[in-house]
Ligand binder design. Sequence first.
Ligand SMILES: Nc1ncnc2c1ncn2[C@@H]1O[C@H](COP(=O)(O)OP(=O)(O)OP(=O)(O)O)[C@@H](O)[C@H]1O
Ligand SMILES: [Mg+2]
Length: 392
Amino acid sequence: MMEKKIKPVSPADWRALRAQLNHTFTPHKSIRDEGVFNGRDRLLQQVSDTVSQPGKHVIIYGERGLGKTSFANVAAKELALAPRVTVIRKSCTVEHTFGMIWHELLHDYELDGKKANQALGDKPSVHDVFDWVNKLHKANHYVFILDEFDRMQDRDGKKLLADLIKQLSDEIDNVTLILVGVARNLADLFADHESLPRAMMQVKMPRMASDELKDIILTRVPDIGMGIEANALDATVSLSQGFPGYTHLLALHAGRAAIARQSIEIAHADLEAALQEALADVQEHIAAAYKKAVRSSRQNNYEEVLLACALAQNDEQGMFAPSAVSRALEQKLKKKLSGASFSRNLAQFCEKARGPTLIKQGANYGFDYALLKPFVLMKGVEKGRILIRDVR
Ligand SMILES: Nc1ncnc2c1ncn2[C@@H]1O[C@H](COP(=O)(O)OP(=O)(O)OP(=O)(O)O)[C@@H](O)[C@H]1O
Ligand SMILES: [Mg+2]
């Protein structure tokens, strides 16, 4: 059934609507509540199936900003709904060692009258932790989730953890570890990944599908009595490039633009009008990465070549051929560069001095930091170099 939309009347009503909108779209906050979590059904199913198999563990990795923490939060809640399942979720920092991780995960438990940190000490061995975990109540299933695992710097600690997981998977059925972190591949997350047990399910978190991103908007706007036109919805989704944070960001600012002209229907023009504000509201490190990529004191083509990279046809891994970049330059930006100057630009984007912004694999290139690509596209639209419909 269609929600009945009541248009605000007084300035105070419009302000109240804006406050609701600000609350509804959360570009800078992970989701905690399953009621406002969209999509990811398959992944949730996969993780819950794995957890119910004895001796199995999970590692979830993927690009920054894909929704890993939100997923970990919601998975923790869902898993805890099963009888006799206890879920303990913690986040790693750069300071975390093997010992600290287990002090925190086992914080609420006592063994022989001792707290974990007292009993395990600063530098517990794999054996010490295994012993403790082995003494947890056998009738319960314990799921330990470690988020932001990429932040842990302690390489030896990671090795100890891999050893422990191996031993747990061989010998203990009522404990599951779920590790979550930013990484392009497993080797980036776990230098020693060959030593991980085969029983460890490895999941590369995919970008969110267009329908899932649409749902982020379509499940939220009616709740606050607003609507969105189909072309504005499609444009928001295509600019988001599979990253849910951008969907929140663009919907938030487009919604504000609609409210500013006293409309409860978000239109395509609202999205266009909102780009400048949205770009100013992205996380600081993304804006800084863009600045670093294109900075120059002289007349140059960096911005256009980078935009052409973002527009270039790419494969499933996000890699594109130089020929696709020059095609985008010519066809969409109406710009023709000499082969030499264009190749020089691509090579410069791979240098540390410019980020690196791109990585090179074989003859192809890709964005080193995938979250930068939607920003580059939005910047291109904002500067009038392309139209939103040029973005696929
Ligand atoms: N399934 C989802 N449904 C709705 N919004 C989501 C979903 N997943 C993530 N988001 C939103 O996307 C943004 C990024 O989410 P989150 O912080 O979980 O990503 P992350 O992968 O943990 O990021 P990082 O790599 O920086 O740790 C947040 O604004 C969050 O609210
Ligand atoms: Mg996170």
